[in-house]
Design a protein around this ligand. Structure first.
Ligand code: GLU
Length: 481
């Protein structure tokens, strides 16, 4: 059997879309599980849209997620160049081959003429397709126009009779009438190919056996097949993936900050969790298993588990999965992963092992860290309203005597580690004949200035240590008038 070769072919837009990353993942998995080759090809023929540094984003994201490529722009390979803008001559030669066999033709139509035709079609409620005006040009007409220096594009000459049936591993066999297929542009006036030409030429020349890509390319696939046939090439196996949606109506969008790999890393998700979650967007292992390493996915992945229906990106599910991954980290790995967030709020000056013990089991995203630990390095100004707790029936007034009792207890108490501290405070609760919360709620407010911290008053006092706890408590009591 021929060696499996898959590819990921992103356009350098400056960010890696979640849907793109999923395509890369599936293509990588399929190659790996078949001892095949995974190729990266950068599709930068739309140079007006090229963003500075965008290629680096692609390279670094694939490396960071472990989706390393065997061939690609910055690693080389026998089928390069792997950047489309460096393959211009290859496309020009192939376009010429198509022109020679009349599978394509030069089109000299001006922008104005095309716009006019489009307007007419729209006015009469027709779907616009090119009217093949230049298909009928004689050899002499063409030569005259070329001599006069008229610019032209190369269009595909699609047979207009009959049907084309094409086959996709996920969507099955699809038949379309050829008359529905537009004579699209293959080569633009600047000599750059369109996707229609470049994907066919490159997938063939790079020996791609399985084309895995988004469903948005499915309906154009019969056109690509006409090109394969015109060249006399074997068709690849097509695997089109369902679209990834934010909800039933909306796509994930850059504008909402929920479209790219980086967006989610910035929001405090671990790359391993994100990749695991993405694997399940449109693919099911056929079991209840949800947590997969990349290695596990390589074994479990199958084309037959892919779905046709749009996949909805469920952030709650991702968050749940992220928490599982955070929990599974060793203490050292958790500290290393969380360090930038500790530093952001000055928590790195505190007992990180203790912070880890308190936070790791409850954390869902890393970005919660600076929010929940900000109180450590700086006591925030807080309103006396914070003492109010409806169910505990506490407010600033009821809290004052309790806080004073707590102050004398905590002054006398020496061991500020968790268990002894907890025991001492529970002793006070008993002595005062109040509920736990009637002490712990106001105490946390008094020493942290906030109502949300990892753990409660005991954990906060433990992290702050005796001196700081007492200073804060005294200051808060003084303010509670
Ligand atoms: N450059 C195309 C995109 O980014 C790739 C499509 C494909 O995988 O063939 O959408």
């Amino acid at each position: 059997m021929k060696q499996v070769r898959t590819r990921f072919a992103p356009s350098p837009t400056g960010f890696l879309h979640i849907g793109g990353l999923r395509t890369a993942l599936y293509a990588w998995l399929y190659a790996k599980q078949n001892d095949g080759v995974f190729v990266l090809r950068v599709e930068d023929t739309d140079q007006g849209r090229e963003v500075e540094g965008a290629k680096q984003v692609i390279y670094s994201t694939l490396r960071a997620t472990g989706l390393t490529y065997d061939e690609g722009p910055d690693v080389g390979g026998d089928f390069g160049p792997y950047i489309q803008s460096e393959r211009k001559q290859i496309y020009a030669d192939h376009a010429q081959t198509l022109i020679d066999s009349r599978a394509a033709y030069r089109c000299f139509c001006t922008k104005e003429r095309l716009a006019d035709e489009r307007r007419k079609a729209e006015k009469s409620g027709r779907n616009y397709t090119y009217d093949m005006h230049c298909l009928g040009l004689s050899e002499q007409d063409i030569q005259d126009k070329l001599t006069a220096g008229e610019t032209f594009v190369v269009r595909q000459n699609i047979p207009k009779d009959g049907d084309t049936t094409y086959s996709d591993a996920v969507f099955g066999d699809i038949t379309v009438p050829n008359s529905d297929l537009d004579d699209n542009v293959l080569l633009k006036t600047d000599g750059m190919p369109t996707y229609n030409l470049a994907n066919v030429v490159d997938d063939h020349l790079m020996g791609i056996t399985h084309v895995i890509r988004g469903v948005e390319y499915l309906s154009s696939t019969p056109k690509y097949n006409h090109l394969y046939r015109a060249f006399g090439w074997t068709l690849p196996r097509y695997i089109h993936l369902p679209v990834v949606m934010k909800d039933k109506q909306r796509k994930l969008s850059k504008r909402h900050g929920d479209a790219s790999f980086d967006d989610f890393i910035k929001k405090g998700y671990l790359k391993e969790a994100l990749l695991n979650y993405i694997a399940l967007l449109g693919w099911s292992p056929g079991t209840d298993q949800e947590i997969f390493t990349l290695e596990g996915l390589t074994k479990a992945f199958s084309i037959s588990g892919l779905s046709k229906s749009p996949a909805i990106f469920d952030t709650d599910k991702l968050t749940w999965m992220n928490a599982q991954y955070i929990r599974a980290l060793s203490e050292a790995d958790f500290i290393a992963t969380a360090m930038p967030y500790f530093k952001e709020c000055g928590a790195d000056a505190f007992d990180l092992k203790l912070i880890t013990q308190i936070m790791q089991p409850r954390l869902e995203t890393l970005t919660e860290i600076p929010v929940k630990l900000a109180f450590l390095s700086k006591m925030p100004e807080f309103s006396q309203q914070m003492y109010f707790h409806k169910r505990m029936k506490t407010d600033a007034q009821t809290s004052l005597p309790v806080l004073k009792e707590a102050l004398s207890l905590l002054t006398a108490h020496e061991d500020y580690s968790m268990e002894p501290l907890k025991e001492a405070l529970m002793g006070l609760v008993e002595k005062l004949e109040i509920k736990n919360g009637q002490l712990l709620w106001p105490l946390r407010v008094a020493i942290t200035g906030t109502q949300v911290t990892p753990g409660g008053a005991v954990e906060a006092a433990c992290l702050l240590g005796k001196e700081e706890t007492l200073n804060r408590l005294k200051a808060s009591i003084a303010k509670n008038k």
